[in-house]
Design a binder for this molecule. Structure first.
Ligand code: 1PW
Length: 208
């Protein structure tokens, strides 16, 4: 039976990791400090989810994984997200291709897209993921992508797994999936806002 589903409980791991990060934020309020290591670890747990969206999202998964790996590597020498950004500010490399700060902004979009996707899946009717996935992509990534990538992604929307297939791959039933997805939606929102605030408060912008 393990070959069918995912005995690792992907959704629960994601929910738990983001809940822990949200707790750090809510306990520390204004003085909140998020460390790069637990942030990148939580983001890495989201990768199998991209993989379960099927071959069409292989490129999205590869791009996301490479950027999360870069943050994990950075965590060996940089402790907090704030200092990760400040180091790029000082070196004038914030927008440089492959910089940690640029990768952080892309990874933030990845976890935000999953947040919107889960929000949509929780309220959706029917078995097609096309509408929830399209909405998540349109809202989070499409404004930052050129024509060719947008076209490729919209083609991929026709070969997504069904909701039933996705839940089976994730080894969840309807009820358990909704619980874990809602935990992620609730926990990821303040974390995403926190990362955005790091950029905005330094006048770095988040629309690039
Ligand atoms: C959940 C529904 C499925 C929607 C999946 C949408 C995936 C969107 C990400 C596709 C990214 C693959 C192509 C890579 C694009 C890069 O040019 C771009 N990366 C991102 C994440 O936007 C910018 O990366 P860069 O130039 O900073 O290396």
């Amino acid at each position: 039976w393990m070959a069918e589903g995912n005995g690792d409980k992907t959704l629960r791991k994601i929910a738990d990791a983001f809940k822990d990060l949200a707790t750090v934020l809510s306990d520390s309020h204004e003085s909140a400090v998020v460390e790069v290591a637990p942030f990148s670890r939580a983001c890495s747990l989201v990768s199998p989810l991209f993989a379960s969206l099927g071959v069409a999202f292989k490129f999205a998964e590869m791009d996301y994984v490479a950027k999360v790996d870069d943050l994990a590597e950075a965590s060996k020498s940089i402790q907090t997200l704030q200092s990760l950004i400040d180091l790029d500010v000082q070196a004038n490399t914030v927008r440089k291709a492959g910089s940690h700060t640029r990768n952080l902004l892309r990874v933030k979009r990845g976890i935000d897209m999953v947040r919107v996707l889960f929000e949509q899946i929780i309220v959706m009717e029917g078995n097609s993921l096309k509408d929830p996935a399209s909405k998540a992509y349109e809202q989070v990534f499409a404004p930052h992508h050129g024509w060719a990538i947008r076209k490729a992604v919209s083609a991929g929307m026709y070969v997504l797994p069904t909701r039933e297939q996705l839940l089976k791959k994730l080894n969840e039933d309807e009820a358990s999936a909704k619980v874990q997805m809602q935990i992620y939606v609730t926990a990821s929102a303040p974390l995403i806002q926190y990362v955005e605030k790091l950029f905005v408060s330094r006048n770095l912008g988040i629309d690039w």
